[in-house]
Design a protein around this ligand. Structure first.
Ligand code: ZN
Ligand code: ZN
Length: 137
């Protein structure tokens, strides 16, 4: 990735730009990520903290850190609840929730982690019927 790419939350109040090199892209199926996202897994891209620039809505960003384990946290838009980029517990990387990007990041997921904890219905969802839009019946 050479040019900055943009991202935003659902309501659009929080917007950001990320530039530089991505360090990795992982899908995490742990039970904490299932709770935090309400879905089967999160899709997290990692980059250096200095690569993230919040463009708008910084005052709207709230952080939640799980007391135990302390390294697990998330940031979200206090207006719409969307997860937004956040610094990891160690302060060494910024985590970009891939679904908040407005453009294709180029990088592709390299690993499914905590695979043993994946939702019991995940594999069935992958095999389920596909519809381009909401099905009519
Ligand atoms: Zn929002
Ligand atoms: Zn996880």
């Amino acid at each position: 990735m050479s040019e900055a790419i943009k991202g935003s939350c659902l309501c659009g109040e929080v917007s950001y730009e990320v530039s530089g090199k991505f360090k990795g892209f992982m899908l995490c199926h742990c039970t904490r990520c299932q709770k935090a996202s309400g879905s089967a897994h999160v899709a997290n891209i990692f980059t250096a903290p200095e690569n993230l620039k919040i463009i708008s809505g910084e005052a709207n960003i709230k952080r939640y850190d799980l007391p135990n384990p302390p390294a697990f946290g998330k940031c979200f838009c206090s207006n719409c609840g969307s997860v937004v980029p956040y610094l990891n517990g160690a302060g060494t990387a910024v985590i970009i929730p891939a679904g908040t990007l407005d453009e294709d990041p180029g990088i592709r997921p390299k690993a499914n982690i905590f695979w043993k904890n994946r939702a019991g219905w995940f594999d069935d969802g992958v095999k389920a019927a596909c519809h381009d839009e909401f099905p009519s019946k």
